[in-house]
Ligand binder design. Structure first.
Ligand SMILES: Nc1nc2c(ncn2[C@@H]2O[C@H](COP(=O)(O)OP(=O)(O)OP(=O)(O)O)[C@@H](O)[C@H]2O)c(=O)[nH]1
Length: 729
């Protein structure tokens, strides 16, 4: 059987896509055939085994998204196979050694490059849905495992009880720890003569530095391993499996009694007392219960209370439940399934760092909002309570489903390309955020409201990506950068109404940029003694203009290296050099506006031993400033494209006004009995245009304004601007 699942964490959606090239489970026909890598055909009759479709939408609290990890040959495949069989999803027990296990496809899929997120089996167990994701320990899959672990809610580590913790498990265990994934350990192969509970527990402590919480002890060892004692319930489980043909589905459960083997009874009593003490040490709530009611008589501790406490300990990752069994001999797998449902968390109990939680979904009906429990494809709804999402983001049920969607889209695209067509990506394009062209300072009424203002601005920015907020490094003032006068006015008003903060706005200013006119090469040396240490560095840089007037993007600055220099520099020295260059791009030498359209080549860097990287960055930055100054600064101003719709009678006055605003008319079109005037004009000249246009046309005109390009100012206007900024005009 080949199941592909797309994980849905957090909001409880879990789509199961069945199929993948070897045969699909269809609705209509009664029999579904599966081909397992060409080896064998299984015939599934619905009455015979369950279909994955039998598992429909369980409550989120009943879902377990679990990774299974193991060292090679520890018995992961055999264990998974037994889980599918006991839960009723396969008709026959497969055998790894005969090469007919259901999940064998995983290995082969991996060889073919199929990734781990999609390699999964889904089944139900006692009203729970278990999605078991393979997380192989092989180093090549480290990244995939890491990805899987980030979205998984829990993990089962399978060990060979005769070998204890082995190298590969160690790697995956560390990753699980990093992502705070609660785990259960399964000591498999208890039937092997060399199997040792004590040795395995010690190796979990020593090698994994984990705190094993032993929940079962084995009955018998090696070939005479027949069952387990459940220390939570004090029950004995025995499997009368005499041959490999017996499937272990039926096993006997009974309470331990005095008539049982006295040695076993004694071991079980001691192990249970140790368990209770250990859990009391790890869980305050259980400790209180124990001190208050059951202090004198551990036997009386109700299994349910102990189980709840073990669950809390597992979820808090203070301890790791340990179970034993022999998958090959069909012993101990059902209690392992019980433990997965009892101790590992549901998706809503885990706090994934990448999953947003919505508090409510609302359907808009005119001006009313109706709360709905879920949403299907193709609908539009409002969501409440998102904390990280900003406008333009695509929200998916999990990172894994996003990756799977991208991969599917790529495959489809590939297929379409072969067929000569084009296919749209499944991932929505975010909104294109234009660069803000205006800015102004904003101040709270008193310093005590600064934190409230910052919070308000953070919320507003998430809603409106065209609003940018920064802190001026010289004045320390908070600066609002927006799209226009009205934009900033409305933000100001919203801060007052919605957040109750009366702010003061500084004068609105145009966001200019700077570039250079010619190429220039410069050398600079920094020689400074700080304390006992002498820092000495000499750098040479060459800057040249790469004016691309079609671009309004700030990213059009480059850093290149002389070939020989590039080979000599270590990565951290290169980082320090680039920090220095990039910081000089932030504030141009003329007016301190960001620099664009400059290519910098690092020609030489020579450092005396002992010179810090910070001093290197400082030297590069100073050298850059020198080079940019000498290269002749040029101010770039935002030029807007303007569309004015106006009655013919007012056209000439609008044109006259535009001429005074340094406007350039591109076209005048007729639309019904109005004229549409297309023009460009520098933003600096367009301040207050809406009022001016209203006055000129007695309110009979409309206009739209948007950034066209950043254009070099002519020398006359640039000088006027420089004088104005210097307070001379
Ligand atoms: N004695 C014994 N052998 C077992 C047990 N479980 C699995 N094996 C054997 O161990 C070998 C490896 O089992 P697999 O289930 O393929 O182990 P795996 O961890 O999936 O291995 P890889 O997929 O190669 O990583 C096979 O020969 C199994 O028959 C067990 O409980 N007892």
């Amino acid at each position: 059987m080949r199941l592909r699942t797309v994980l849905g964490i957090g909001i409880g959606k879990f789509s199961v896509l069945v199929g993948g090239g070897k045969g699909l489970l269809k609705n209509g026909p009664q029999t579904c055939r599966w081909r397992l890598q060409g080896r064998r055909q299984y015939s599934f009759l619905p009455d015979d085994v369950k279909s994955p479709r039998a598992v429909v939408n369980p409550d989120i609290s009943k879902i377990r998204n679990i990774g299974i990890m193991a060292h090679i040959d520890a018995g992961k495949t055999t264990t998974t196979e037994r889980m599918l069989y006991y839960s009723g999803y396969t008709r026959a027990l497969g055998d790894v050694d005969d090469g007919d296990t259901v999940t064998d496809f995983m290995v082969q899929e991996r060889e073919r490059g199929i990734t781990i997120q999609s390699a999964a089996v889904t089944f139900d167990w006692k009203k729970h849905r278990i999605n078991l994701i393979d997380t192989p320990g092989h180093v090549d899959f480290t990244l995939e495992v890491e990805r899987a672990l980030r979205v998984l809610d829990g993990a089962v580590a399978v060990f060979d009880a005769s070998a204890g913790v082995e190298a590969q498990t160690l790697t995956v265990w560390r990753q699980a720890e990093k992502h705070h994934v609660p785990c259960i350990c399964f000591l498999n192969k208890m039937d092997k003569p060399g199997a040792s509970l004590h040795f395995s527990i010690e190796s979990i402590k020593k090698k994994l530095k984990a705190n094993p919480v032993l929940l079962q002890i084995p009955i018998g060892s090696g070939k005479s391993f027949t069952g387990l004692i459940d220390l939570i319930t004090n029950q004995q489980m025995t499997w009368r499996v005499k041959s490999r043909a017996e499937d272990g589905r039926v096993f006997e459960t009974k309470s331990l009694s005095q008539s049982d083997d006295p040695e076993l009874l004694q071991d079980a009593m001691e192990a249970r007392a140790a368990l209770i003490e250990q859990v009391a040490d790890l869980d305050d709530e259980f400790a209180e219960l124990l001190l208050g009611v059951y202090g004198e008589n551990f036997d009386a501790v109700p299994p349910a209370k102990l189980q709840e406490a073990v669950r809390r300990v597992t979820l808090a990752r203070k301890g790791v439940p340990v179970l034993c069994g022999s998958s090959l001999r069909n012993k101990g797998v059902q209690p392992l399934l019980d433990a997965i449902t009892a101790y590992l968390p549901a998706p809503n109990e885990r706090h994934h760092d990448l999953v947003e939680r919505m508090s409510r979904l609302l359907l808009p009906f005119a001006d009313q909002h109706v709360e709905i429990p879920s949403l299907t494809a193709g609908n539009i709804a409002l969501c409440v309570g998102l904390k990280q999402t900003v406008t333009g983001d695509t929200i998916v049920s999990s990172k894994a489903s996003a990756v799977a969607a991208v991969r599917r889209a790529q495959k489809e695209k590939e297929g379409e390309r072969k067929r000569g067509g084009e296919q749209a990506s499944l991932v929505l394009a975010g909104v294109e955020v234009p660069e803000p062209v205006f800015f102004c300072s904003i101040e709270p009424p008193t310093m005590s409201r600064q934190a409230d203002l910052e919070n308000a601005l953070t919320c507003l920015q998430r809603e409106d990506p065209s609003l940018k907020v920064r802190v001026d490094s010289d004045s320390g003032q908070t600066i609002l950068c927006g799209m226009g006068e009205l934009h900033i006015e409305i933000l100001h008003d919203r801060i007052r109404r919605e957040y109750g903060i009366e702010t003061h706005l500084g004068p609105l200013q145009v966001a200019y940029r700077e570039t250079i006119l010619q190429s220039m090469a410069t050398t600079d040396t920094l020689d400074r003694t700080v304390g006992e240490r002498r820092h000495m560095v000499t750098v040479s840089v060459a800057v040249c203009p790469i004016m691309d007037s079609s671009s309004s993007s700030l990213t059009s600055c480059e850093i290149t290296y002389d070939e020989e220099v590039e080979e000599q520099l270590s990565p951290d020295v290169r980082d320090a050099v680039e920090n220095g260059v990039n910081s000089s791009y932030l504030q141009g030498p003329l007016l301190g506006y960001p620099v664009q359209g400059v290519s910098t080549m690092i020609q030489s860097v020579s450092m005396e031993p002992g010179t810090s990287l910070a001093m290197l960055s400082a030297c590069v930055s100073r050298c850059m400033l020198k080079a940019l100054r000498q290269a002749g600064g040029q101010v770039l101003e935002p030029v807007m494209s303007l569309e004015v719709t106006v009655g013919e009678e007012h056209l000439s006055s609008v044109l006259g006004d535009l001429a005074q605003r340094r406007g350039a008319i591109r076209d005048i079109q007729s639309r019904h009995d109005s004229k549409v005037l297309l023009a460009t004009a520098p933003l600096a000249e367009m301040m207050g245009y809406s009022t001016a246009l209203r006055t000129l046309t007695s309110g009979n005109a409309t206009f739209s304004l948007q950034l066209d390009i950043y254009e070099a100012m002519n020398p006359q206007h640039q000088n006027a601007l420089l004088n104005k900024m210097a307070g001379l005009a």
